[in-house]
Design a binder for this molecule. Structure first.
Ligand code: PA5
Ligand code: NI
Length: 182
């Protein structure tokens, strides 16, 4: 039986923007997340790193509701690190989330409260359960756009602070052409 996955065109054509919020992050907005500052400073700050199409049918903070989003993460590297999302814990720590791969290749980087970091390969059809209390970030390890979908509770919220200040306890870097946690 064919599995039908929601695509970006579904979002653009079917939802006609109703309740759909489009947000974007440039490399300039990712300042501080990459290790190699020289490589980072050579890239244009206004270069687009990723876009998120979110369907937010409930008011933010509504208990019991669900949000849905598609992230399009562009390919690229900063030194030996891949373009990646900012990464966050949830504001309400115990809230969990699903990510699933739609297009392209990537790695989901996860870190628990004890700062143990691990990673899961993302590909079309891969499903990733992110338990509460686990920070999450995605890196595009391929040469094309990485597209993934997400579903999270409407009262989860995003807490970027700890990751912005302390990062993850391991970095995903390219070693001899393959992604490795270091
Ligand atoms: O809710 C999520 O976890 C995702 O929709 C992310 O917000 C999205 O992938 C962008 O990543 P970040 O919020 O870490 O910038
Ligand atoms: Ni999240």
């Amino acid at each position: 039986k064919k599995i039908v996955i929601p695509s970006l065109s579904f979002f653009q054509n079917e939802l006609k923007g109703e309740g759909v919020v489009k947000s974007r992050r440039t490399l300039g907005e990712l300042a501080g997340i990459f290790e190699n500052q020289d490589a980072y400073s050579q890239l244009p700050l206004d270069q687009l790193a990723y876009e998120v199409y979110s369907y937010l049918p409930e008011r933010e903070g509504t208990p019991g509701g669900l949000y849905f989003g598609i992230t399009q993460l562009y390919p690229g590297k900063v030194g030996d690190e891949y373009f990646m999302t900012k990464g966050h814990f949830h504001q309400q720590e115990d809230r969990s989330e699903y990510y699933w791969g739609l297009e392209g290749e990537g790695m989901l980087i996860l870190m628990d409260r004890e700062r143990n970091t691990w990673a899961e390969r993302m590909m079309p059809g891969s499903l990733h359960y992110i338990p509460g209390g686990v920070a999450h970030r995605v890196a595009n390890t391929g040469n094309s756009v990485l597209s993934f979908a997400a579903c999270w509770p409407s009262d989860a919220g995003h807490n970027y602070e700890e990751i912005a200040n302390k990062g993850f306890s391991a970095r995903l870097v390219e070693v001899n052409g393959t992604p490795k946690l270091r």
